[in-house]
Design a protein around this ligand. Sequence first.
Ligand SMILES: O=C(O)CCC(=O)C(=O)O
Length: 298
Amino acid sequence: MGAIACIVIDVAAMLVHYPAHHVSRRTKMLSRSDIRRYREEGQIVLPYRIPDEMISCIERRTDELLSKHPDLSADYVPGLPEIEEYWLAVAQIPDLLDSVEQLIGPDFINWGSALFGKPANDGIETPWHQDGEYWPIRPLATCTAWIAIDDATPENGCMRVVPGSHRDGKLLSHETVEGDYTLYRTLKDSSEAEANARDVVLERGQISIHDVYMIHGSRPNTSSKPRRGLTFRFMPTTSHFDYDLNDKLVREIGVLSLAHRKLFLLRGGDRCGKNRTVDIPSNLDAFWELPEARVAAE
Ligand SMILES: O=C(O)CCC(=O)C(=O)O
């Protein structure tokens, strides 16, 4: 019979550390054709994948978060670093930041981080939408990194995108939806989206990146497998987080206020000089330090 041993997985040792204001490593993660495809289609899967040890750690932190905060919905938890600041550690994975830098330039802020948890059997739908519909950022520019904690497939409700739908840089008409959805604004007319959608099939640890104007959504999860994903939103600092616009969106279309979101300058400087950035917490490594990991030894 196997004995149970306790070990500590030192995931932090796998990361390259940076001072608070990170400088570019100038590592080219993406090829020219990756970048061209992102510009043309509005979404790509990165050639980099998060190593197993780190994804296991992320998975465990996700379980911990939901058990420590039973009031949170397992389907959607926005504002992760506002709940537990060490979630910012995931947004700082160097290869991810290098990829983001190639897509939106050397100066950027992380201003949003969420869990889209879609549990097995009854994970709920994300209606067709463009992220920019309710984000108070002007000029409107942001890319989202979507990290797969589980394999994401059509069966468990992977994200679906409409390639090229970002290209005009226009927001389409949205309306409020009632009922069981992660988000409550949806396209008024989603027939074209349904007809032209592409599944974003990912393996655990893979990362998809999409543009702020991209039309996307996901179906409910009726399978027996969870489909957990984390999103990290990165905006170039040539744009600013506009608190007056936030208040207007809350008033006029009834979206939840994003005014409490922390703006973390992850690379470069604040080019427009209007963003109220906050200091990067100093204890982020704690995220990767698991108290123990139990392994069965034969
Ligand atoms: O994970 C999902 O199903 C949807 C994600 C999404 O809507 C987003 O990243 O903006």
